[in-house]
Ligand binder design. Structure first.
Ligand code: IMP
Length: 185
């Protein structure tokens, strides 16, 4: 079986690779070290937002040291049709565990307008966790429509549509092992 990396040549629909596998691995390791330091000796409920956080979450979990007692849960949310201005979300899949009194870290692929995460964190905060923070891989800071600030972030990116490493366009490209800007169709 060949051991050639899957990313040897970029997908033909890709215009530019923003972060390759090495850059992603290095940054995820740094984020894991930060989270390990901040939550050492505590129990942490790490909540992945499906589906975009899938690959980031898997790598981030493995970068968090054994000093943290990690528990894993997931949510899936979708925006209501026409909700771009309100940011109201619909919870499609809810937590299995009760977050009340727990340290909760929400893991997301990208923050764009910030509406999804401000609505999700408001919903979660109503359940009275002991603490609630957000870790996002990517942050389009210039696109904010609400003053939302994740505590942990991998990279700030410009206002470009990106895919790969879990992020999709119409459910495609999630498996790409890098983050890339798509060619305009
Ligand atoms: P927000 O509510 O505008 O912050 O949007 C966050 C969600 O929009 C993310 O969880 C993604 O699902 C999606 N999204 C925003 N920008 C991109 C992108 O560049 N590529 C893929 N998905 C994106």
């Amino acid at each position: 079986m060949s051991s050639a990396p899957a990313s040897a040549s970029p997908h033909p629909d890709v215009k530019k690779v923003l972060f390759d596998e090495d850059a992603l691995r290095a940054r995820v390791r740094e984020l894991g070290a930060c989270i390990t330091r901040d939550y050492a000796g505590r129990r942490l409920m790490v909540v992945g937002v499906l589906k975009g956080s899938l690959i980031f979450m898997a790598d981030l979990l493995r970068a968090i040291g054994p000093e943290v007692d990690v528990h894993v849960d997931f949510v899936a949310v979708s925006s209501y049709a026409g909700s771009a201005s309100t940011g109201t979300i619909r919870v499609l899949l809810d937590l299995r565990e009760n977050p009340e009194g727990r340290d909760v870290l929400v893991v997301e692929d990208i923050v764009d307008t910030g509406l999804t995460l401000s609505s999700l964190t408001e919903t979660l905060r109503a359940r009275r966790p002991a603490s609630l923070e957000v870790c996002t891989l990517l942050d389009k800071v210039s696109c904010r429509k609400t003053p939302f600030q994740p505590k942990y972030k991998g990279f700030e990116i410009p206002d470009e549509f990106v895919v790969g490493f879990g992020l999709d366009y119409d459910e495609r490209y999630r498996q790409l092992p890098y983050v890339a800007i798509l060619r305009t169709p």
